[in-house]
Write a protein that binds this ligand. Structure first.
Ligand code: DER
Length: 229
């Protein structure tokens, strides 16, 4: 289908930008999954050599191993050359909302460390203003989720605890925490909101990525054909 085609195209376009001997931040989500697959293909063909991946989630780690990408950890390496990751919203300033996959805490660590952070999205993720189509995910330590919900309400947000789909009870992150999704009527200053949210005691990380993106690759269907810009 069109969405899958767009994701494959943009995932491949990102994977094609990786050079041999790079340390690559491997993002989370269905679009980045194609970039990881195409990186594996390039390694297998011998066209790409000696890359090492830093995964941003258990999902990314499992995919990287499946596609034969060697992995490392942040205490072993001293740099990340390029990170490829998805997003749930991208605004005209290339600020993002991420965290649809509840992986934004490790993603923000890896993506912000990278010399070049490339975002891969299909055109449905482009918005004029952050928060118009997606709630802001906030990772919270379990013992504090109730006071954090109250503090977010005081900020004018409408918080809701993210519940599992095939799991009874709340979603649990790779760190063993919970996620609160917050609807804000209008996010006029994402940089300020990002700091305010992370300053609430009990909050580990939120999904606002401000002034972190170097390049956004957008998959779209033009004249019936998938294309990337
Ligand atoms: O959880 C995340 O931040 C993912 O990158 C998500 O935002 C994008 O996932 P998708 O490519 O499956 O839409």
């Amino acid at each position: 289908d069109a969405s899958k085609l767009m994701k494959q195209q943009v995932g491949k376009a990102a994977a094609d930008r990786v050079q041999s001997s790079s340390i690559v931040g491997l993002g989370t989500g269905s679009t980045t999954a194609y970039a990881i697959q195409f990186l594996g293909d390039r390694l297998k063909s011998g066209e790409l050599k000696d890359i090492i991946g830093v995964p941003t989630s258990f999902q990314a780690e499992v995919l990287a191993r499946e596609y034969g990408i060697p992995l490392t950890t942040l205490d072993v390496i001293d740099r990340i050359d390029i990170a490829i990751d998805g997003a749930d919203e991208v605004d005209p300033q290339l600020n993002l909302i991420k965290g649809g996959g509840a992986a934004h805490t490790r993603e923000k660590v890896v993506d912000t460390l990278a010399a070049e952070f490339i975002v891969v999205v299909d055109s449905s993720k482009l918005v004029d203003k952050l928060g118009s189509t997606f709630k802001v995910p906030v990772e919270v330590i379990p013992m504090a989720y109730a006071p954090v919900m109250r503090a977010i309400e005081k900020l004018g947000g409408k918080p809701e605890l993210r519940m599992g789909v095939k799991k009874a009870g709340p979603v649990v992150t790779d760190q063993g925490n919970m996620v609160i999704d917050v609807k804000f009527d209008s996010i006029d200053n994402p940089a300020e909101l990002e700091k305010t949210l992370n300053n609430i005691p009990g909050v580990l990380e939120n999904g606002l990525f401000v002034n972190t993106t170097n390049l956004v690759l957008v998959g779209e269907i033009k004249d019936g054909q998938p294309s990337v810009r």
